[in-house]
Ligand binder design. Structure first.
Ligand SMILES: *Cc1c(COP(=O)(O)O)cnc(C)c1O
Length: 422
């Protein structure tokens, strides 16, 4: 069988810290090996005999065709698995691809998703507009265990939330949501984009079964590349989901055992739907991960300082940041986050258009997790397509500014904001 280079690291069992894991996993050691991750710019891989080809086509565990797997993408996947403390990861072409694939991995026509309402606009779009085309329905509700429990139906296969809601800054009670999902035979899926690839939060440790990312944000970290990922944990129970149990001996669970969930994610997202990540993007994302801890620590410190300062500013209202002691989400943030409270804050200004026009350092752009500080007006842009009630449920008002804090100095950012507020 075609083999991947061994990295001498068992991702599930590494004693390393986050920082060491981030720079060491996925790169083989030995004579002549590259020190950094090489890019395998290839669409297909060779076999030396027909037997080898037949074996690979039957098992899909090595290399054959790059829509299925590529060594550079595989190295990124190993790194992501280790950083999230998961069992297996599939990297895909965008966060949207990851969300769609994660949902379809456990839902089919007739099934239901119970989700929190404070979701990234694109995730709400998938749940409200795209999945119904396939017969999958969703309820988006308040981010409390009680509201999620009330939204559960007999056909609910998935509970869905974000580590830190976008842009409300609300933190779900992960352990409580896991319990609600598992009692009813459903899985808990968490979009951990704002949790910084396991640096601020590892949802799998609190009972989540699936974790997704928009790697475009803090993983890439420089606003230069799109990517997404789905990481499966190792403790999920699929014995109550017919997708996995139907077919007796031929069922996914009988055939694939503990690998069934990760196998289906790869089969759906990469093999069948073709939302494969390119090797060059995988290289950029793996490189970004090497400095994520440094960046997110610094960005979180600056974001907290700005949130505290803005809270006392006479022209600013409604500062929302989970790191503020006054935040209604602070207690859950302290329970589930470590190493910082993230790089994103929101606040309300009297005239958002005038405020944005006066900024000289901070740029107007929809991305998150860039090295540069970016601001948007979610009401008319990122969340603009949602009905007004849904925008309010997501924590957005017509005055809200969302800011993703980058690596500029606190002093320069403060002066820029002061100038724009004057
Ligand atoms: C950006 C984002 C996505 C979508 O990711 P893309 O890479 O833009 O497709 C999903 N979830 C969250 C929380 C995001 O911020």
């Amino acid at each position: 069988m075609t083999k991947f280079p061994s990295t001498e690291v068992d991702p599930a069992n590494t004693p390393w810290s986050y920082e060491t894991t981030a720079v060491q996993t996925g790169i083989p050691r030995g004579l002549g090996e590259t020190v950094g991750l090489p890019i395998h710019q290839a669409a297909a891989f060779q076999f030396s005999t027909l037997e080898e080809a037949q074996d690979e086509f039957a098992r899909n565990q090595g290399l054959s065709y790059a829509r299925l797997q590529n060594p550079t993408v595989r190295a990124l996947e190993e790194r992501l698995t280790a950083l999230e403390g998961g069992a297996a990861t599939v990297a895909l072409s965008s966060g949207q691809a990851a969300t769609l694939t994660a949902i379809l991995s456990v839902c089919r026509a007739g099934d239901h998703v119970a989700a929190t309402a404070s979701l990234f606009g694109g995730s709400a779009g998938l749940l409200n507009n795209i999945l119904p085309l396939m017969g999958i329905s969703a309820t988006l509700t308040e981010n409390t265990p009680g509201a999620i429990a009330a939204a559960m139906r007999p056909n609910t296969r998935l509970v869905w939330a974000e580590t830190i809601g976008n842009p409300a800054g609300d933190v779900p009670d992960l352990a409580a949501l896991a319990q609600i999902a598992h009692e009813r035979g459903a899985l808990l899926g968490i979009d951990n984009t704002w949790g910084g690839v396991g640096y601020l939060c590892r949802p799998l440790e609190f009972g989540a079964d699936l974790v997704t990312h928009s790697l475009t944000k803090w993983a890439g970290g420089h606003g230069s590349v799109l990517g997404g990922s789905v990481t499966a944990g190792s403790r999920h129970d699929l014995t109550r989901n017919p997708i996995y149990t139907e077919g007796g001996e031929n069922s996914l669970l009988s055939q694939r055992g503990e690998q069934a969930l990760a196998w289906r994610v790869r089969w759906l997202g990469a093999h069948q739907m073709g939302m494969t990540l390119s090797p060059h993007s995988a290289f950029l994302l793996a490189q970004g991960l090497e400095t994520l801890a440094l960046r997110l620590t610094r960005e979180s410190e600056t974001a907290l300082a700005l949130a505290q300062w803005l809270s006392g500013h006479p022209r600013v209202q409604g500062v929302s940041y989970p790191g503020l002691r006054s935040s209604p989400h602070h207690a859950l943030a302290q329970k589930y986050l470590r190493g910082g409270f993230g790089a994103v804050l929101t606040f309300e200004v009297p005239d958002p258009a005038a405020f944005l026009a006066r900024l000289k350092v901070i740029r107007i752009a929809p991305n998150l997790g860039d090295t540069r500080t970016l601001a948007v007006h979610p009401w008319t842009t990122t969340h603009g397509r949602l009905p007004e009630a849904a925008r309010r449920a997501a924590g957005v008002s017509a005055q809200t500014i969302r800011m993703s804090v980058g690596l500029e100095s606190l002093e320069d950012l403060q002066a820029d904001l002061e100038g724009a507020l004057a």
